[in-house]
Design a protein around this ligand. Structure first.
Ligand code: MG
Length: 290
């Protein structure tokens, strides 16, 4: 159920809105701007219905502050207004409102406008998802990876690591067992890695059977141990696909930030060189510095 935050200082208005929306949506109520901002930041509703005239902080100011907060800036806002003068309607859009509804409220109109905004929001979220995540594995795709990794590199690079990962002899798995089996192997490995990684890690599929992790880690030894643990737990897996037992291993190359690195690609390049070493020297291993 989608969540709608209703902000209005008049009890009767709130009552009308709650009655209208309550069956279809999860409704939260705030009767003043300051409380509304706190609730919005905490609950991240899908839509906000916002009264304009309120004591202490009016709807325009609430809207402005919602738009200034990165967490709430994309939540659509429908203004509720008794003011029919053009100036306040113009201002409603100027401060970032998506739509407005005139009071007294007409139930069908209100419901239609609410539905439209929520549908639009859903499509936007869906597009964002499609453009950021790999459709097979559900982890970040290459485009989103570079976007996030660049931010990490620019903001907190002192203890930044990159790990390049490649499934060993993957072409072989595809050739012997077919591409459908290959896909299952990829998904299995990805979900194992994702389960074992710290949550803040940036974990992405670069393409094919190649993956990357970028993360801040307190010390290299701990990261190395974690990756060894991941490598071993993948080595221990056996998949039974159409009565064929399939086993597989991965190789990894690690690099740590150095002052000579200017862009994220420098870090990735070194991790890639370590991965190459791992491949060259027999696979199924993690290499960090040679
Ligand atoms: Mg009011």
């Amino acid at each position: 159920m989608e969540t709608i935050l209703v902000i209005d200082d008049t009890a009767t208005n709130i009552q009308i809105l709650v009655e209208l929306l309550d069956d279809t949506y999860d409704v939260i109520v705030a009767t003043d701007g300051r409380t509304a901002l706190e609730i919005a930041d905490e609950e991240l509703p899908d839509l906000i219905l916002l009264d304009i005239i309120m004591p202490f902080m009016d709807g325009f100011e609430v809207c402005k502050q919602l738009k200034e907060n990165p967490k709430t800036k994309n939540i659509p806002i429908i203004f509720l207004t008794a003011q029919t003068d053009e100036e306040s309607i113009e201002k409603a859009y100027e401060v970032g409102g998506n739509d407005y509804v005139l009071k007294p409220l007409k139930p069908k109109e209100l419901m239609a406008r609410v539905k439209t905004q929520l549908e639009l929001q859903r499509s936007i979220k869906n597009l964002e998802y499609l453009s950021s995540y790999d459709s097979m594995t559900g982890i970040l795709n290459r485009r989103k990876f570079f976007e996030l990794a660049k931010i990490s590199f620019e903001t907190k690079k002192e203890d930044l690591f990159a790990v390049m990962i490649d499934i060993d002899n993957f072409k072989n798995i595809n050739d012997v067992h077919g591409h459908a089996a290959g896909d299952i192997v990829i998904k299995t490995i990805v979900s194992k890695i994702a389960d074992m990684l710290p949550e803040e890690s940036i974990f992405a599929r670069l393409g094919g059977e190649e993956f990357v992790i970028v993360c801040n880690y307190e010390d290299e030894k701990k990261l190395f141990d974690l990756l060894e643990e991941i490598r071993n737990s993948i080595k221990d897996l056996t998949l039974n696909i159409e009565n064929h037992l399939i086993r597989f291993t991965i190789s990894m190359g690690i690099a740590q930030y150095k002052e000579t690195f200017v862009i994220i690609d420098d870090l990735l390049k070194e991790a890639d060189a370590m991965l190459y070493k791992a491949k060259e020297t027999g696979r199924d291993k993690v290499i960090f510095r040679t």
